[in-house]
Design a protein around this ligand. Structure first.
Ligand code: ACO
Length: 322
């Protein structure tokens, strides 16, 4: 039996850090409101000209180093992003060019904030099928580019960043299971309602930016993510106290706390970075994973549950042994 196993992680945050107090100088908000409603204190913002593939490449280099692999060992590149550099080619091929490893397949995965969970499922299936032996999976976003910086309901929530993992084929799990879902009937609850084939001419108008029914997203995320966390445990025959760490999508501390409670996990088993990163969409889970691995909280042999949700709606989870 072939399994996939995470053998290295990395992350990159743009240099510019934007605090709630700094935001409050430009829009009608306060540090107290943002902290109380979301848990966010600061986020990082990509520099002018710094693109998603630039962030992704830097995270990838760290993950390759951590896995003691060279770029040429990689036989599949996946980039989970909703903020690609270009309409095409894909951000994955741009990262491939920066790494200098032409030849292997490279493609993007678009599932908004659930993108990393989706990418993990794709990578796991390629490895289990024997199609790939070593996969570079990156979640990378420059959400700052699709925010209306005058809209206090959305612009305080998001940030930029990239997280990467290297997965390789192994005789032992590794990834025990992945679970991915979508329901397009919620398309309008969280979206950027402009694109290439629809209303492209309006792209510089309000339609080019994130729009969100925050309360609908909140209620739905708490309910479905709680259910999915419980199903993920049940399908693996595990009790909550057998999980060492939950690494959730970092959208809002109140959502994270509610999901942990529904899954039966105490908050001291949950990795939280939303306070310092904000919501970095597909980058949030791999960055949180990297933070907790590098500071020694997550250790080899630990059982980890990952969960994420995003626009679509899309949602997913994974259970793995490090
Ligand atoms: N500062 C101060 N006041 C604000 C701000 C702000 N930044 N934003 C909104 N308000 C005001 C509103 O105008 C409203 O005022 P009013 O009562 O006078 O009309 C009041 O605060 C309450 O607004 P609500 O929208 O009801 O606030 P809520 O408690 O729902 O919190 C929030 C909003 C934080 C967005 C919450 O709904 C949430 O976190 N939802 C989930 C969002 C999420 O996770 N999105 C990411 C999904 S992942 C992806 O795919 C991208």
């Amino acid at each position: 039996m072939i399994y996939s196993r995470v053998v290295g992680t990395g992350r990159y945050l743009p240099e510019k850090r934007l605090t709630n107090d700094e935001l409050a100088e430009t829009i009608d908000t306060t540090d107290a409101w943002i902290t109380q409603r979301t848990g966010i204190k600061a986020r990082h913002i990509a520099a002018e000209g710094e693109t998603t593939s630039d962030l992704a490449y830097k995270a990838a280099v760290q993950a390759l180093e951590a896995s003691q692999s060279g770029p040429k060992d990689i036989d599949l590149i996946l980039v989970a992003t909703s903020t690609p550099d270009l309409v095409f080619p894909s951000t994955a091929t741009l990262v491939q060019e920066k790494l200098g490893i032409g030849g292997c397949p490279a493609f993007d995965v678009q599932a908004v904030c659930a993108g990393f969970a989706y990418g993990l499922s794709v990578a796991d299936n390629f490895i289990r099928a024997g199609s790939s032996k070593k996969v570079l999976l990156i979640g990378a976003e420059t959400f700052s580019r699709i925010l209306d910086w005058t809209d206090r309901r959305t612009c305080v929530l998001f940030g930029d960043g990239a997280g990467a993992v290297v997965l390789e084929a192994s005789d032992t799990a590794g990834i025990h299971s992945t679970h991915i879902h979508a329901d397009g009937q919620f398309r309008d609850a969280l979206c950027v309602p402009s694109g290439v084939s629809k209303r492209y001419a309006d792209v510089i108008e309000a339609n080019a930016f994130v729009q969100m029914d925050g309360q609908k997203v909140f209620k739905w995320a708490v309910k479905e993510m709680g259910n999915l966390a419980r199903r993920t445990l049940a399908e693996n025959g595990l009790a909550a106290d057998e999980i060492d760490w939950m690494v959730p999508h970092q959208a809002n501390i109140r959502i994270i706390e509610s999901v942990a409670q529904k899954a039966g996990l105490s908050m001291d088993k949950v990795v939280v970075t939303v306070d310092q990163h904000g919501n970095t969409s597909a980058a949030s889970v791999p960055m949180a994973l990297d933070v907790a691995l590098r500071d020694g909280r997550i250790m080899p042999g630990h059982k980890i549950m990952i969960e994420a949700f995003g626009g679509g709606f899309t949602w997913g989870s994974a259970l793995l042994t490090m």
